[in-house]
Design a protein around this ligand. Structure first.
Ligand code: UT7
Length: 330
């Protein structure tokens, strides 16, 4: 087997809708408080897309930024791998809509349904396409309009989620030792009903009953998901480090999925990474599922926390259950 790295993350670009929903706004809609939300989650506000703003449009904006920053053009793309839990339509994929918007005439395009770790799953697929010789340049996207599948009458979930998109150009590694050093993805589908959308799919197609029961919205057993997230994120950190042959001391930056500040702190503690080396922006965006890792990574890059050679550990957990991690030398 050819030694890693096969592929490098050449850039990251994001798009965030301008509309902001603050905790104060939510207190006018639900029986909740800013204190409760901040103390239990760390979230202060989240961005919400306008009705006409699609996941493909947000993805397009983020992708153009990622392409420009990598010095690439849409025709360079051999594949578009788009992770989302809130696709614009059930058929065809949102990746195909993005392919059309970009005019990426040489690209295959498909969606990945892996919920919050979707970006890590997509990164893993992109690395595999490059390692197998199928592709040289892959666009990896994590994009969500979770506001359309969030029940704003349910205080246990409505406070958590937000909209946004992030994209990375992943290409054959050209710099020795730089790139994706390891990836790890795993799942446990037995726990699906702890975080899911019961209705609206082919088991229970959209109907008056589904709409009246509000079963097309996300349902979550928060406390159980919290416990599983802490355990799985810890396991995923260990596995990515082991596979990369990297110790916790060598990690310059931990970029965890932004679901809950308490989960982030527990993950950092387990990984042995001090909070000064952890990227946190859950306060500004809430949980944006598959967009969460690129939104945090891009902010770290913009703030000058990532340089050539920076060793980054990314880790995420979500519905499925699914979880995953990667070590990247930038
Ligand atoms: O990205 C995918 C993975 N998702 C996650 O990782 C999310 C994991 N879960 C969580 O982050 C947390 O479980 C939540 C933030 C969702 C909830 O926090 P918690 O500390 O686990 O609270 P809880 O669900 O145990 O509820 C505690 C209390 C309950 O009241 P009682 O039964 O103790 O009287 C809830 O009814 O808080 C109540 N509660 C609220 N109170 C004010 C639930 N939601 C709210 C709310 N405002 N928004």
């Amino acid at each position: 087997m050819i030694p890693r790295p096969f592929a490098e993350v050449a850039s990251v670009g994001v798009a965030v809708p301008p509309g902001v929903l603050t905790n104060a706004d939510l207190t006018r809609m639900l029986d909740t408080s800013d204190e409760w939300i901040v103390e239990r989650t760390g979230i202060r506000e989240r961005h919400i897309a306008r009705p006409e703003q699609t996941v493909a449009m947000l993805s397009h904006e983020a992708s153009l930024r990622a392409l420009a920053s990598a010095g690439a053009v849409p025709a360079d793309l051999d594949a578009i791998v788009l992770a989302t839990a809130s696709p614009d339509r059930l058929l065809p994929s949102t990746a195909c809509d993005l392919q059309a918007l970009l005019g990426a005439e040489n690209a295959a395009a498909f969606d990945i349904g892996a919920a919050c770790p979707g970006f890590v799953y997509a990164l893993t697929v992109a690395e595999g396409l490059i390692a197998s010789g199928q592709s040289d340049t892959v666009l990896v996207v994590g994009a969500e309009k979770l506001s359309t599948i969030t029940d704003f009458q349910d205080r246990s979930t409505a406070i958590l989620f937000g909209d946004g998109a992030g994209a990375s150009v992943v290409r054959r590694s050209t710099r020795p030792g730089r790139g994706i050093l390891s990836t790890f993805i795993k799942s446990d589908g037995r726990l699906a009903p702890l975080l899911y959308r019961p209705g609206g799919g082919s088991v229970d197609p959209i109907s008056e009953k589904v709409v009246c029961e509000r079963s097309h919205y996300m349902k979550m057993a928060g406390r159980e998901v919290f416990k599983a997230a802490v355990l799985a994120m810890a396991d995923a950190c260990d596995e990515a480090l082991r596979r990369a042959g990297v110790s916790a001391d060598e990690i310059d930056l931990l970029v965890p999925h932004q679901a809950n500040l308490r989960i982030i702190e527990a993950t950092a503690k387990h990984a042995g990474v001090p909070m000064s080396k952890v990227m946190v922006n859950v306060d500004r965006y809430g949980n944006t599922s598959s967009a969460s890792i690129p939104l945090a990574l891009e902010q770290a890059v913009s703030e000058g926390r990532v340089d050539s050679g920076t060793v980054i550990l990314v880790v995420a957990f979500g519905a499925g259950f699914t979880w995953g991690s990667a070590v990247i030398r930038w």
